[in-house]
Ligand binder design. Structure first.
Ligand code: NAD
Length: 498
């Protein structure tokens, strides 16, 4: 059985780890590898390597840093197909979707290649007589990233390119469910010429995460994962005086107005709900049909859901793969059962789906549940599977109120031809990322990504300008160069401009 190791100080290592976790092929249900689970001493070794590397990396010129980023970008671009294949093998999503994920990660690397421009400071001449003022941004030190299973390529890439470009050194704790890709990333960094110790990987579980949260030499933590863990990371990391951004779970609503083109809407809703088997933090999991839109929408939507081809991710004819583990599958099936028990109507049923030749795979078919109300478990839980709930609202304002009553605020979308209604929606919803006739409004790398309410703990969103702000801190200098014989009378009063 293949064993996936850590990457510390520029090489693969087992460190002190003896515990392991299984890595499955979700399409067959078979274990394909084991991953080492780090002890606190392994985390300490990685942080120490990163601490040492920071001394020199933080002093490397911006243009040299940019040249290493360009080399890394070239390797990632060249190996996109290989990276996508590893994502599919361990996560299960179809290969074309995995390629899309790699591409979205690559775009953050490309953004970070512009670091000399992104880190430009500000200068004000003559703020007082013969006094100038300027500001510039410094790196933080060792920063850590803790990432979820659902985007093993993209989510870590939301963090490390910008962190490293800003002059920090990085320790990644990827998901233990699909960890192989992170080792490939470490190897590409080494090949691109990044000095040893600047990028490290510790594989593991809560033991590794807690060691990062408590380590005195970790200056900042970026987390992406479920809301209960995000809340915990934010509280414990902040109590330890670290800078923390912790992105959590989601329940993303799309509202559909009666004037929308229901063919277009159904196509895009099905793609947004069932793409990646619903295991996206920006997946649409609740549709709110406004006014008379409901019954007509459901007819077309059900057809689209039934037409999705489910199969192993490496089969090019598959549009949707399995979910990540048997436990995830059973949890999703249980929630569909609960929905039915609580009075909802399952109009397309993905339970009991078997894929010929892959009977042991972790498959759930696309599922549509109508007549869902906000008190039902299918609505109050983040299902994180290929399940789309349909709710009804009388007016756009009722739909906005429904969304705002939900504790999450990651993404949302409106489908309409009415610009005024779309504007009211956009301004009224308490949600961080909004699509207008765009169901999965994931911001590009040069904007920042982040939700509101229980979908993000901390102040700054991830990547884009807020990513640069997160991974650097500002210094403001006020400077004066008096002439040798200049009168320098000082006053005990608060300094003011003269
Ligand atoms: P998860 O919270 O179970 O795990 C995320 C990370 O936390 C992993 O590295 C895991 O090892 C670690 N972890 C798990 N339990 C822990 C514990 N008790 N203590 C300390 N660390 C722990 O999430 P997941 O199942 O891997 O990913 C799916 C979740 O991530 C969904 O809720 C999804 O919405 C969310 N997500 C959010 C975003 C976003 O941008 N907001 C993006 C992707 C995924």
């Amino acid at each position: 059985m293949r064993t996936i190791q850590h990457w510390v100080g520029g090489r693969a290592t087992a460190g002190d780890s003896t515990r392991t976790g299984p890595v499955f092929d979700p399409a067959t249900g078979k274990q394909q590898a084991e991953v080492l689970l780090a002890e606190a001493s392994d985390v300490d070794a990685a942080v120490s390597a990163a601490r040492r590397a920071f001394e020199t990396w933080s002093q490397v010129s911006l243009s040299h840093r940019a040249s290493i980023l360009f080399a890394f970008r070239h390797l990632m671009h060249e190996r996109a197909g290989e990276l996508a294949e590893v994502v599919t093998e361990e996560h299960g999503k179809v290969r074309s979707d995995a390629l899309g994920e790699v591409q979205r990660g690559l775009e953050v690397v490309e953004y970070a290649c512009g670091i000399p421009t992104l880190l430009k400071g500000e200068y004000t001449d003559q703020v007082s007589t013969d006094v100038d003022s300027f500001s510039f941004r410094s790196p933080l030190g060792v920063v850590a990233g803790i990432t979820p299973f659902n985007f093993p390529a993209m989510v870590p890439a939301w963090m490390y390119p910008i962190a490293i470009a800003c002059g920090n050194t990085f320790v990644l704790k990827p998901s233990e469910r699909d960890p192989s890709l992170s080792t490939m990333v470490a190897e590409m960094w080494a090949e691109a010429g990044l000095p040893d110790g600047v990028f490290n990987v510790v594989n593991g579980d809560k033991v590794a995460v807690d060691a990062l949260l408590d380590h005195p030499d970790v200056e900042a933590l970026s987390f992406v994962g479920s809301t209960p863990i995000a809340r915990y990371i934010h509280e414990r990391g902040s109590a330890n005086r670290k800078r923390v951004q912790a992105l959590g779970g989601a329940k993303n609503h799309a509202i559909v107005l009666a004037d929308a083109d229901l063919d277009y809407v159904s196509d895009h809703l099905a793609a947004a709900a069932f793409g990646s088997a619903g295991e996206r933090c920006m997946a649409i999991s609740a549709t709110v049909a406004v006014g008379s839109a409901g019954d007509r929408l459901l007819e077309v939507l059900d057809d689209r859901a039934r037409a999705v081809t489910v199969g192993p991710g490496l089969d090019p004819s598959s549009q949707m793969g399995p979910v990540i583990t048997a436990a995830a599958r059973d949890r999703i099936l249980g929630l569909i059962d609960r929905g039915e028990e609580q009075g909802a109507e399952v109009t397309v049923d993905g339970r009991g789906l078997t894929v010929p030749g892959h009977e042991q795979g972790f498959f759930v078919g696309p599922t549509v549940i109508d007549q869902v109300t906000t008190d039902m478990d299918v609505y109050t839980h983040e299902i994180f599977g290929p399940v789309l709930s349909v709710l009804r609202a009388d007016t756009v304002d009722d739909a906005i109120d429904l969304i705002n009553a939900n504790p999450y605020g990651n993404g949302t979308a409106v489908f309409t031809r009415d610009g005024g209604a779309a504007r009211r929606f956009m301004r009224g919803v308490q949600v961080g990322m909004i699509g207008i006739n765009v169901p999965v409004p994931v911001p590009m790398a040069f904007h920042s990504f982040g939700g509101w309410k229980d979908s993000l703990f901390g102040d700054l969103h991830i990547h884009g300008p807020e990513g640069v702000a997160f991974y650097s801190r500002n210094k403001v200098v006020t400077s004066r160069w008096p002439e040798p014989n200049e009168e320098q009378a000082a006053s005990l009063d608060m300094p003011t401009a003269t």
